[in-house]
Write a protein that binds this ligand. Structure first.
Ligand code: UDP
Length: 402
């Protein structure tokens, strides 16, 4: 089947100063990299303002994207999703100073565009200072399940601090939580993340080769069923549930792809301990953070998504659909909007290991690739990167033109 995915995005002359707090490659950074790369092809002269140097900056620059680093003061770097009000008050002055630096680095630009939470706080302060409009690309569910009360208060306050704010939510789930928090005061548009399918297509063409390579690397025989869990290690991402499920799936191996990116090292160690205690070392394979996710997806018989709390979007779910790898995902947040149960993948109640095991069994028993084909078509229709970047650029134009 030939599917057309690559249409050139339309040019947008507005200059965007993107802001992102980290240089580690989480989902938000992968998404921004794709947006910045494609806008560059259209000769949009944007800039990405980062709060630290590292891998993300290197990758942006390797594509020719202009970057600048405004270091995050230490008082602000200690703030976490569950931080108290005291921590926030301590960090506020630091973020104000950062907002000033961000504004200074964005003087020649038309719009500030915050891609992460701390970038939003600094961006709101920069917007207040400079009078520039602020787009906030919301990639988190701002509910009590994910954020402390004080964090939520700060988000509400920053919506007022910014001169002119427009929110892009990466799913209806993130939009709904934001509406509830700010009580309809800010304009919010839902634009689902776009995913670049080119590397998945390339990897699919060499599927047998990739399967052989991984099976040799992990000393698996060619008949072993391999379940892949992709994403950074974090308690709410629920990788421990995949290990629990494996106890009920004696014929399967589990590959865990991803590492503790944002201070979740204790969780990573708890996963390793659990595997050792349960004697599962031969069947659970920790691959760490990898740059060859498309190739690894070709080696798996199934991609398993395990988040316990609602997933804001879930790039890995759409990536697996592009990879033609059957997906079993937790039925909340983004995956519930992406997958049609029984049609393009399988959904189970988040945290319910019995249901998860059942869905895995059904998925592995399928002997035709109807679901994977339908998933590929659905992903291509709804999450193609070029279409999504065009939607973002149209919104940028609208905000700047107002
Ligand atoms: N990823 C990666 N290497 C890894 C694990 C994950 O490149 O070892 C990528 C994955 O392909 C996806 C992103 O990290 O593009 C994770 O995005 P997702 O929306 O699933 O989760 P988030 O990090 O935003 O919570």
């Amino acid at each position: 089947m030939k599917i057309q995915t690559h249409i050139r995005p339309t040019c947008d002359t507005a200059r965007v100063a993107f802001i992102d707090q980290t240089s580690k490659m989480g989902g938000a950074e992968h998404s921004l990299l794709d947006i910045a790369k494609r806008r560059l092809v259209d000769r949009c002269r944007d800039r990405v303002i980062l709060f630290e140097s590292g891998e993300f900056q290197r990758r942006l620059e390797s594509f020719g994207v202009d970057t600048v680093v405004c270091a995050l003061p230490s008082a602000a770097s200690a703030v976490r999703r569950q931080s108290s009000i005291v921590r926030h008050v301590q960090s506020l002055q630091a973020l104000r100073t950062l907002g000033k630096r961000v504004a200074a680095n964005a003087v020649d630009f038309d719009v500030l565009y915050a891609n992460t939470m701390k970038a939003f706080v600094a961006g709101a302060m920069a917007s207040r200072r400079s009078g520039m409009p602020l787009i906030f690309h919301l990639r988190d569910i701002v509910s009590a399940e994910h954020f402390s009360r004080s964090n939520r208060l700060v988000i509400r306050a920053m919506c007022r601090v910014a001169k002119r704010i427009h929110v892009i939510a990466n799913s209806s789930a993130t939009a709904d939580a934001m509406h509830e928090l700010v009580r309809q005061r800010v304009p919010i548009d839902v634009i689902h993340n776009g995913i670049d399918s080119v590397d998945h297509e390339k990897a699919f063409r060499l599927r047998d080769e990739h399967r052989r390579r991984l099976r040799t690397e992990l000393s698996l025989d060619s008949t072993s069923r391999v379940i892949g869990v992709f994403g950074r290690l974090s308690n709410w991402k629920g990788q421990h549930l995949a290990i629990q499920a494996l106890e009920h799936l004696p014929e399967c191996h589990l590959v865990i792809v991803g590492d503790a990116l944002f201070g979740e090292e204790d969780y990573r160690e708890s996963l390793r301990r659990r595997v050792a205690e349960d004697g599962l070392e031969k069947r659970v394979h920790f691959l760490g953070h990898r740059h060859d996710v498309p190739e690894l997806m070709q080696t798996c018989d199934l991609a398993l998504h395990t988040s316990i709390a609602a997933e804001p979007f879930g790039r890995v779910v759409v990536e697996a659909m592009f990879a033609r790898c059957p997906v079993v995902a937790a039925n909340a947040g983004g995956p519930a909007e992406i997958i049609q149960h029984g049609q393009t993948g399988w959904l189970y109640e988040p945290g319910n290991v019995d249901q998860m095991v059942h869905a895995i069994g059904v998925a592995l028993d399928q002997d035709d690739d109807g679901i994977s084909q339908r998933a590929l078509i659905a992903a291509t229709e709804s999450f193609g990167i070029d279409k999504k970047v065009r939607e973002v650029s149209a919104l940028v134009k609208e905000v700047v033109g107002k």
